[in-house]
Structure formats: C-alpha cells, structure tokens
Design a protein around this ligand. Sequence first.
Ligand code: ADP
Length: 299
Amino acid sequence: MNTLLTVQSLTKQYGREKVVKDVSFSLMKNTSTALIGPNGAGKTTTLSMLTGLVNPTFGDIILKENKEDARRMIGFLPQYPKFFSWLSAIEFTEMTAKLSGVDARVAVKESEKILDFVGLGNVKKKKTGTFSGGMKQRLGLAQAIVHNPSLLLLDEPVSALDPVGRREILNLLKELQERTTILYSTHILNDAEEMTDQLLFLRNGELVEQGSLSDVREKYANPMIKIIFSLEEEAKVFASSSPWNVKQEGSSVCIPIRENEPRMQEILAYASLGDWTVQRIEKASANLEEIFMQVVNKQ
Ligand code: ADP
C-alpha cells in the first residue's frame, strides 16, 4: 500500500510544556485513522500542525504528493467550524473551493455536487445563520471536501452531534473513506470502531499505542470467564476457595484467561463440584471503553 503522509518525531512546545511529544506515524492511501485520546491529549494540536495552522517545534510532516499546493491536497473540518451567517451554503462552499485553488467556474459545479452529497442540496440557497447544529456540521464537511482533497483531517467530527446527526455524518464519512485518506480525532472509542483501519492513542501528548482495531482488541481484550451464582455469598466462597486468581463482584466472579489457561473444561468441572448454584457461565472480554481506559492509564 502507498504511504500518503509520514509524520516523524512531531513535537509542539508551548512555553516550557510539551503538549505533543515525539509523535511518529504514517497514513496509507485511502485508509482511515482515528486519533484517540482524552481531552487535552494533544489531538487538536496534532491536527493543527498537519494542516499548517500551527508550526511544529520539532519534527517532520512529509506529504507524498507535496508537489501540489498543500491547500489543494488537504481538507480540514475544525472542531468548531465557523461560517459567515450572511452567506448561503453554496456561497460559502464556492468561497472555500476558490480559496483551495479551484477554478471559479468549477467551484460552482463542485459546490452543487458536494452539497447534494452531504444532504444540503435543497437548502443550498439558505443563509447559514439559519442552520441547525447538524446542518452546520454537514456544511463543515462540505467545505472540507469541495476541492476533492487527498487527505481529509477532521477534528472531533461527530462529538457535538445528537445520535441522528452523528449517524448521518458517520455514514457520509464511510462513503468518503472509499476515495480519500481520512484522519479524524475523537475521544469516543465507539465512534472509532465504526470506521477505522488504524488507531492512534494519544495521552499527555505521547503516542502510547497504535495498531489496527483487531490488534488493539487482541492486546487489551483481557479474555475471562464469568460465572454468575444465585447468591453473593456463593460467589465469595468460590472466589476464596478456587485455585485461580478470581475477581468477585456481587454474585459473579471473573476468571482471567491467559494463554488459554485455565481451560473452560477445568472451570466447568470445578464449578460443578461446589455447594453453590451456578446460574450462568459466559465468556467475556473488555469492551472498547475499558480498552480505552487501559491504554490511557497504562504506565
Ligand atoms: P485535545 O484536542 O486532545 O483535547 P489539545 O491539542 O487541544 O488537546 O491540547 C493539548 C494541550 O495543549 C492542552 O493542555 C492545552 O491546554 C494545550 N494548548 C493547546 N493550545 C495551546 C496554546 N495555544 N498555548 C498553550 N497551550 C496550549
């Protein structure tokens, strides 16, 4: 696969504080990558450096197709996009298309096409000042893609939206994913699950984990067997008497599985022996939020 962007040792320092520290990663062409981290992790600063809005203190950003003007190549949706309330949607996208180097006549056509794509075709002549939050986010996306960029950078594109708006934007992004390279930030791992080839975890400005969703899942899933008893007392007795390192919570216990040990048969055999009533036995593993917490809190 072709690399579109390579970031090497990217660092940003404000005063004495490094808010992005020695971050390196690559983006392959036509893939999507989620930049994940809690608030203050350095996501916006990283994206701002990639767009050229903030100068790095140190490090390299290498765009493969840098013969072109970066403004043509990159589309950017900021976390809080601003619009001129007196302009109509189509006037706004025409203006941003031209600013990105699109020829004036082409800008009109492309604007119409893109506003149709984001579902604003029927309100293209309305002033943006009248738009709802969801409509503004769609317009923000339209201005980011109207010049057909090869790299699309999105800062928290769905975080501020209600579930319907979030779904609409995610569906549009999934369509875009097929023809462009996307890097988007989020602090919600479930959003990342929807469309991600690569995950980049930022914590205090450092890239603490990176890999595909399945790699990260495998590494942090912590498989376990959960046994649910009728009574809390039974779970306590099981936890104190079993040969394993068991975590008890209420009327259930969790037995971590490492390298297939202990085996399910062993656990079933043991569980069938005692003087307790087992209601259910199930396989469990960390969910995405738990994985996020593990990565963010790891030493
Ligand atoms: P995120 O997008 O992950 O929430 P940011 O990149 O916005 O994180 O911020 C990372 C850190 O950098 C925060 O502690 C923030 O206060 C600090 N920061 C961001 N911009 C500036 C600035 N212009 N001057 C000083 N500190 C800043």
